[in-house]
Design a protein around this ligand. Sequence first.
Ligand code: GLC
Length: 580
Amino acid sequence: MSVDSVLTAPAALAGPLTLVHAADDAPGWWRSAVIYQVYPRSFRDLNGDGVGDLAGITAELPQLAELDVDAVWLSPFYRSPQRDAGYDVSDYCDVDPLFGTLSDFDAMMAEATRLGLRLIVDLVPNHCSDQHTAFQAALAAPAGSPERDMFIFRDGRGDSGELPPNNWQSHFGGPAWTRITEPDGTPGQWYLHLFDSSQPDFNWDNDAVHAEFERVLRFWLDRGVSGFRVDVAHALVKAPGLPEWGGRADGNSSHGFPGHEAPMFGQPALHDIYRAWRRILAEYGPDRILCAEANVDPLPRLADWVRPDEMHQAFNFPYLHAGLDPHRMRSVITDSLTALDAVGAPSTWVLSNHDVVRHATRFGYNGPAPRDGDGIGPADAQPDEELGRSRAAAASMFMLGLPGGAYLYQGEELGLPDGIDIPDHKRQDPTFGRTGGERLGRDGCRVPLPWRAAEPHAGFGAGADPWLPQPASFTALARDTQAASPSSHLNLYRRMLELRRELRLGQGSLAWIEDWCTDSSLAFLNGSTAVLMNLGGDPLELPAGQVLLRSSTSAQHDGAHQLSSGETVWLEIYTEDTEN
Ligand code: GLC
């Protein structure tokens, strides 16, 4: 589609259009892909130990194929003491017995291939577990040794080295340094951990670290994965000299941070690491991808990460945090597409993941959710579940109309809320312990999924209680119940994903429909599909056009002529000169 044809407003749209992004038919499956995040601990427990496993994922992959997603990204299932739910890896090339074996992985890979689904695995290169053999070797070796140089060890400050080497704070609360006891029993050096003390940071100034991760990449590429989601990709390289940092140093992904100034984030040397990785992926053909979990502001800086010889895509956290404010949403979308178009990269869009309060819960508040990003507990103001779910459907429908790739988080297709009533002793996120319970952490969005209403634990697993308790509403929201109900959240997702593919919305264009962009609504044209969301408190008259889908399934069936508050519609706008 040429830019000019987009600018010719279809007859049904009398007012002006502002073109932001032209249709994109560049090759690359990921450019418009819908990628579904599986959190293995909480997906499906086949062996009955209360924690999900790879065999459980394999068993339910047909359900994801039926949902019509393109790929599945798996959070870590590697060997790990599970101090940070698997993001503390002790062996990058093996499966933790909690989840199964390498043969289970191969069976899962084979089933995914059979179903036409790609698998993307999580790579955690900033830090490992303190149980990793390399860190154990570093502890046993003297200061200044090559073993210690795999990590960031420094002498402490103060008369006897009793103070941490600098003032950096851990993402999970408390200092980012822990002092070790030397092999001779004396108090010794300190090591850096931007996250939990059980997660020592690697020293990316050391070539041996580069070589080790290149080996890990090849190990999983050889096993057939389509790529890697790179954990805290912005943090690997630290500024020379580890200068003090007066700002918020924990890089809390829910609040954003001034990444361009922080000495532990966004350092220029990172780009060469990702260029080297891209060359390795290219040896395996054009279809293997790298996706950065890079919480870098502002958007033009993020675009530097997805230049043609670096990563293929990056998560769009500004979009996740834009809430339901039409002006903020519009500016994030415009800025994302403009910045990424400048480097020829597609945008991605996301509303939920395993680190944030689910969007069905966030949107269940009028105003911001309490302690967004830090978890919601029984003592906090409670969300309106129904309101949250219907707004979540509308927000997802708006997102899935946008051109580019989209990431879904397991359970959002069921409209699941966060688990709120989690007893303190069940909470496992290290944030909870490291802040003395002040921040509840991320367990609420990690509650095990409901599959079959009539089975124990709503079909998550037939054995032990799930590792986190499921809210009472999970039974009614179980997948089998929803599959049987035409007006369910699940069936809306199925229809959205089917239509998105049919209409090629992921490869499409974006022009704001100015007359429909107000203080309380937001609308764009993608090809000949208009996407309109009512973000205000009052209903809107439905504009002319053929209704393709609306997020309120009851309205769909009643053929209501108004778009209610918190509802999205996809409309086909017929013209002779719109084509896609
Ligand atoms: C990323 C992960 C998060 C993990 C952290 C440390 O932000 O998404 O779950 O705790 O990195 O690895």
